[in-house]
Design a protein around this ligand. Sequence first.
Ligand SMILES: [Zn+2]
Length: 160
Amino acid sequence: MLYCENCQVLSRDGKTCPVCGGKKLRPVRPDDPVLLITVGEEESARISAAFQDAAIPCFAQAQGAGSVLSILGGQPRSTARRVFVPFGEVEHAREVLIGIGALKEGASAKPPEPEREEQPMSRGRRAAARIFFAVVFLAVIWIVVYFCDILAGYLKSLFH
Ligand SMILES: [Zn+2]
């Protein structure tokens, strides 16, 4: 397992950091803090308490501005907390999360994928719809003009 020291996350592909894309990775050490889960403020308090009971050192960090989500244009989610635990405690922490119902059995302890933002997608869809209607509109005009030509030719033939 390789680890990005800057972002405190594990590399999934073993080559680059999933957050910063950096290649300055090193093998993870048991005491390295890793991003376990991103949760709401209340959930993070509940998780921290459960970890304290289980003697797992952890810390929660506010999902601040400048994080990867913000750069991607997401809503500022000031209430989101990123919960870190030492790498050596990840499996134990996962069991605790499952125990308190914060994580479903069999789910990965890895942080969720950054959410795909609704805004650019719906904007893209709106643009596609606009192009579609423009094409339909042109096609209708073309059909009308075409049939007018035929009609005009027919009418002309009647009078000659
Ligand atoms: Zn990184």
